[in-house]
Structures are given as C-alpha cells and as structure tokens.
Design a protein around this ligand. Structure first.
Ligand code: TXA
Ligand code: MG
Length: 349
C-alpha cells in the first residue's frame, strides 16, 4: 500500500486535507493523526471491519481494547449505558485533555473496539487536528497509539512514518505532540475508581476532583493488570534498556562505572539523564550518545522527551540504553511506568 504523508498546521488545519482524511475514515479505512498525548491510528469506532484494520497495521493483539475519541460530550451518550456523576465532574475539568474514562458500553460499540469487554474507554483529545477530524468525519474515532505494537509511542509524524509506512493509507503530520506520553486511563465502573494506566493527568489531580481514587494493584510487577494492554511488553526500542537508580550524589558515578564495564564488553552505550546528572557527568565521552530528558524538578518536560529520546538512541546505534530513574510522584508515576516497561523492569542500583 502507498502511504500518503500530509503536513497539517495545528493552528489552522487545512479543510481539504481534513476532508480527505474524514472520507477515508467513513469508507472504513485507517488514518494516523496527532493528539496532544501521542499520535493515534484511527478508524470509525462504529465500524467493526474498519477497526480490524488498526489491529492488522499495528500487529496489535486482538484482546487489547481501543480508546474511542469524541469531540463533544454529547457524542458520549450513544456509546455508554450510563454516565456517573463523577464522570461529569472529571469531564468538566479535564476534557478536552489526557484523561480516558472507562464506562459501561452500549450496544452501538462493536466488539472489535472493546475486545469483547462490556466496558468502553472514551476520551476527548485536546488537539485542534484531532477534534476537527472527528467533527469532519461525523463519527467517533477508535484509536490506539500509532506505533507498531511494542515500540515506543510516536510523538512526531516521522515516528509514525518509520513504523507504519506502507501499512496505512494516510498520515497527518501536525508537528510534535505536547504531553509526549499517553492519557491516564481511569476506571469509573469500580468503587473507588482505579487508575489502570498512569498518564497525562495525575492521581493527585483526580483525587482533588472526585475524592478517593487508587491505582490498579495489577500495575505492580508480577500481578495481572485490569487494562489488558498493560500486560504486554511495551515502549521497547531496539536497544536493551536498564534503569539506573541511586541517590543524587552517587548517580553520576554509577552511570560512568556501568558505561566503562559495558564498553569493555564491546557494547555501545547511550545515556538518558536528568539535567542535574548530565551536569555532573560533564564532558565524559564514553557513551555513543547522551541525551538530557529534563530537570528532576520538571517531570512534564521529562515525559515530553521520553519516547522520542528512546527512538534517538536506536538511531545512534546503541546496544544498551542506561536511563536515569526519576521520582515516582505526580507526572513521575507515568514517566516511571513507561520507563519500567521499556526496561522490562531491568534495574542497576
Ligand atoms: O493518549 C492516549 O491514550 C493515546 C492517544 C492516541 O489517544 N491512545 C492510546 O491508546 O494510548 P492505546 O491503545 O495505546 O492504549 C489504550 C489502553 C490500553 O492499555 C488498553 O488495554 C486500555 O487502554 N483500555 C482500553 N479500553 C479498555 C477497557 N474497556 N477496559 C480496560 N482497559 C481498556
Ligand atoms: Mg499504545
């Protein structure tokens, strides 16, 4: 299949390009598009056969359900059995934005979208291209991240092209995504509500809005998560990833000792570091590649860089990526969740 690649200005999305993308979606085709979190690979959420093409293009396991994207709260009503009070409070505060809510599903959502579950995940993305595309198509759009299953999620159009060229008819490139990692997935069908995947909206922000909320105990190592997707290997670059843990005064030495040892084994090593550790390490030249993720004091910036930095290490031919552990609170919960998955829980400490 020939893949068309269209640049689209997020400030002022070209109507002609939107119309072309919307027509493909209505014909049962898939289209990759930007959201504020990561790029999505969309299909008409009401068309089971169209949705199947998403699974095919990504090589996604069939038991992993998709998120349905809407452009208006009114679009939610036909998709769900009921909208709990807490959902209204959350939608008022965080939609459009990186919060996905799980509802009991209605009969109009095909089983291909929910992988046979009786619940459906819905969010309203905060991106002018995504919102305009949903409106132009006139249907809700089911979309997972637009990467080959298992790879880091795409935060730029060219990442989508690298993964899906020849597999999808159209990619809309609307520039770099703002958040850089995926939405928070919140299950409101249980009491208290549970975060099934940490993401762009923090636990603290959700508790502020609806009170008691927890993390799915299945997010911990060696337990079965409630979000089917969380059990799979994820976000993996070609290189082998290790998380480096340690106190602020020892961490730079740990990186340098590990790099020296790995270099002796003939491995090409890349470092992904906090600004603070990069400063300590200074002109150390052993690694084939060093990238700064951001300051320990600004985890939103770290989140913004994480996936693209993992891809950069691959481009520099790294065999091993050593990545610095950050604090686990606030946005750090999502950052560390993605990092642990990318590393398959391999830690140096
Ligand atoms: O930010 C995002 O959420 C991006 C953009 C494109 O919107 N999308 C995204 O989709 O990350 P995906 O498919 O990569 O991740 C969806 C996650 C998976 O872990 C899946 O198992 C879970 O949400 N999920 C979807 N529907 C569910 C349901 N009914 N019950 C439990 N988990 C569900
Ligand atoms: Mg994904």
């Amino acid at each position: 299949m020939e893949t068309e690649y269209e640049l689209i200005d997020p400030e002022n999305p070209d109507k002609k390009v939107l119309k072309k993308a919307a027509a493909l979606l209505r014909q049962g085709e898939v289209v990759a598009f930007p959201t504020e979190t990561v790029y999505g690979l969309g299909a008409n959420a009401l068309d089971g056969d169209g949705v199947k093409k998403i699974f095919l293009a990504k090589g996604r396991p069939g038991d992993n359900p998709l998120i349905v994207h809407v452009a208006d709260i009114a679009d939610l009503t036909p998709l769900v059995e009921e909208i709990p009070e807490k959902a209204y409070a959350l939608m008022r505060k965080f939609w459009p934005g990186p919060l996905t809510i799980i509802f009991p599903k209605s009969d109009s959502v095909p089983k291909e979208v929910t992988a046979g579950l009786n619940t459906v995940a819905v969010r309203m993305p905060e991106h002018p291209v995504a919102l305009a595309l949903i409106k132009e198509a006139g249907v809700p759009i089911a979309a997972p991240s637009a990467n080959i299953s298992g790879r880091p999620s795409p935060t730029q159009g060219k990442h989508v092209l690298a993964d899906l060229n020849g597999k999808v008819p159209l990619i809309l490139d609307g520039g770099e995504t703002k958040v850089g990692l995926e939405s928070t997935v919140l299950d409101l069908t249980v009491n208290p509500p549970l975060i099934l995947r940490p993401g762009g909206i923090t636990l603290e922000e959700i508790i502020d809005t609806i009170g008691e909320t927890g993390y799915d105990p299945g997010l911990k190592k060696d337990q079965t998560p409630r979000a089917p997707g969380m059990k799979y290997t994820h976000y993996s670059p070609e290189a082998d990833v290790f998380i480096v843990e340690g106190s602020e005064d020892k961490i730079a030495d740990k990186f340098m000792a590990a790099a020296k040892r790995l270099k002796e084994e003939g491995k090409k090593v890349a470092f992904l570091l906090s600004e603070e550790t990069a400063h300590e390490i200074g002109e150390y030249r052993e690694p084939c590649y060093i990238e700064v993720l951001g300051s320990r004091k600004n985890l939103s910036i770290v989140a913004h860089h994480l996936f693209s930095s993992l891809r950069h290490c691959d481009m520099h031919g790294a065999d091993i990526i050593l990545i610095e552990a950050f604090s686990d609170t606030g946005m750090g919960a999502a950052v560390m969740n993605r990092m642990r998955k990318a590393a398959g829980n391999q830690v140096i400490n």
